[in-house]
Design a protein around this ligand. Structure first.
Ligand SMILES: NC(=O)c1ccc[n+]([C@@H]2O[C@H](COP(=O)([O-])OP(=O)(O)OC[C@H]3O[C@@H](n4cnc5c(N)ncnc54)[C@H](O)[C@@H]3O)[C@@H](O)[C@H]2O)c1
Length: 251
């Protein structure tokens, strides 16, 4: 029996990077996976690979996480296909790098909409299904950027700070319904997001040198932590911030 057997999990941003690793691992551990992404072709490929190995365990849906309408649609479709949702992984996100003077209102709003409002809208949409199911686990993907000072991408940092605070507030409010809410704060993880940001070998090496474990994290490292928080193995853990950064923040 897998660690998520009998659970239905909705994972956003599952077309790439950490979200696709989580979708694969969750299916391997017995979950039915509602995998969503704004890039439908990517998430369809991910789901095809998953279903080849674990037949009938995942569906792919197009989803802009900043749209409340889209949230309603994917939740309804997912529930119709697999039943009540037990696990929500709010993973989709974007990084934008600008110094203070270059940030416009539109840049700020886009980061906050896609990274923070999206997670609130997801919780709001999915919680009624979790209440009907009698329990739930929500994992909000934040960033180390809201825990240690990180200059140069201020709207991103602010959006991830909002997630951290939202997680505690939601955990308090939803605890009596047996719904747990935790946030995960990765440091540098080797995905398209970091490849687009640190484009030269020198830049990647400089980031790696800052890590006590002397490597970037892999999407699977984060997926293993997210699996633990999603599963009943963490049944007494709620309202926490889990840092996964190879030791960067202790310096
Ligand atoms: N990679 C890192 O170093 C790092 C560090 C800290 C936190 N994070 C966070 O981890 C999460 C996953 O990032 P990743 O590293 O896998 O990056 P990634 O770029 O590989 O994947 C992000 C996914 O989110 C999707 N997405 C973007 N905007 C969307 C929208 N509006 N609606 C739906 N989907 C959308 C993209 O299509 C993509 O598939 C993000 O929340 C990111 O902020 C990443």
């Amino acid at each position: 029996m897998g660690r998520l057997t009998g659970k239905v999990a909705l994972i956003t941003g599952a077309g790439n990077g950490q979200g696709s690793s989580e979708a694969y691992l969750f299916a391997k551990e017995g979950a039915k996976v509602i995998a969503t992404d704004i890039q439908f072709d990517n998430v369809s490929d991910v789901v095809e690979r998953i279903n080849n190995e674990f037949p009938g365990s995942a569906i792919a849906l197009k989803h802009d996480v900043s749209s409340e309408e889209d949230w309603k649609k994917v939740a309804e479709e997912g529930v119709n296909k697999f039943g009540l949702i037990n696990v929500l992984i709010n993973n989709a996100g974007i990084l934008s790098m600008q110094s203070f003077t270059d940030v416009t209102y539109d840049i700020w709003k886009r980061a906050l909409d896609i990274n923070a409002w999206s997670q609130f809208a997801g919780i709001k949409t999915v919680v009624p299904y979790m209440k009907k199911a009698g329990s739930g686990s929500i994992v909000n993907i934040g960033s180390l950027a809201s825990i240690i000072a990180a200059g140069g991408f201020n709207p991103y940092t602010a959006s991830k700070g909002a997630i951290e605070a939202l997680t505690r507030a939601a955990a308090l409010e939803l605890g009596p319904d047996n719904i747990r809410v935790n946030s995960v704060h990765p440091g540098g993880i080797d995905t398209q997001m970091t490849r687009d940001t640190f484009t030269t070998e020198e830049a990647r090496q400089a980031v790696t040198n800052m890590v006590p474990l002397k490597r970037l994290g892999q999407p699977e490292d984060v997926a293993n932590l997210v699996l633990f928080l999603a599963s009943d193995d963490s049944s007494y853990i709620t309202g926490t911030e889990q840092i996964i950064d190879g030791g960067v923040w202790i310096q």
